[in-house]
Design a protein around this ligand. Structure first.
Ligand code: C5P
Length: 231
């Protein structure tokens, strides 16, 4: 069968990561989290004390960062050099700084090339027992990284739903106080990110899946249905 590339974009809190992993598991393909690449680049800049307002310094630092992305959907990992940063890149410090790093055009050009190489590798030389192809998630996958992908999905959810999910995920509850404390983070990061990448509206040919009124399994099925129709 031809390699299967499924490109998924969407805002934070849309459930992208868990849904995309499950979709990749169902399809038997690899999984690539491009947000983790921007997060790992940011982690490295913070550790090295790079001035994040100095775009040239940020780009020069990121160019030298050795990123190793594990693409197994059952346990995707991220490493910088030989340091496993899978958990560290989820921390509040990286989350607060990542949009600044991702807004540097030379950083994007660099990571986009690496993302395309990883997609090619997953298509040409799949891991043993895996189907050729990859489910790739991010903000600009359907439009910039892989606009030729046979399946392109924008995974969205209403803002109040995304904020509640993030509160549940990060704080273990979606009560009013938890929701209030994550709202600014979610809304603000999307606002800043949307100045760099346009993931709020579906580009031509991109299918929107709105998960607001779907549970996790329902969302996975909805994305798999788009894959089924397109292939
Ligand atoms: O998806 P996640 O929240 O892990 O992404 C972290 C950040 O990486 C986003 O807030 C955005 O700034 C950046 N990003 C991006 N383009 C992508 C994926 C992520 O700019 N394709």
């Amino acid at each position: 069968a031809a390699p299967l590339v499924v490109a998924v974009d969407g805002p934070s809190g849309s459930g992208k990561s868990s849904v995309c992993r499950a979709v990749a598991r169902h399809l038997g393909t690899a999984y690539l989290d491009t947000g983790a690449m921007y997060r790992a680049a940011t982690w490295s800049c913070l550790r090295a004390g790079v001035d994040l307002t100095d775009a040239a310094a940020v780009a020069a630092h990121v160019r030298a960062v050795v990123l190793a992305m594990g693409t197994d959907p059952a346990g995707a990992t991220t490493a910088v050099g030989d340091v496993d940063v899978t958990d560290a890149v989820r921390g509040a410090e990286v989350t607060a700084a990542v949009s600044a790093v991702a807004s540097v055009p030379a950083v994007r050009a660099d990571l986009i090339l690496r993302q395309r190489a990883l997609i090619d590798a997953a298509c040409r030389t799949p891991q043993p027992g895996r189907r050729a192809g990859v489910v790739v998630e991010g903000r600009d996958i359907t439009t910039v990284v892989a606009p030729q992908a046979p399946v392109r999905v924008l995974l969205t959810a209403r803002e109040e739903v995304r904020v509640a999910r993030r509160a549940q995920q990060d704080l273990g509850t979606a009560d009013a106080a938890a929701v209030a404390s994550v709202r600014d983070g979610v809304v603000q990061r999307d606002l800043v990110d949307s100045r760099t990448t346009d993931f709020l509206a579906a580009a031509d040919g991109v299918i929107t899946v709105d998960s607001s009124d779907l549970d996790f399994e329902g969302t996975v099925e909805a994305v798999l249905a788009v894959v089924g129709r397109a292939t």
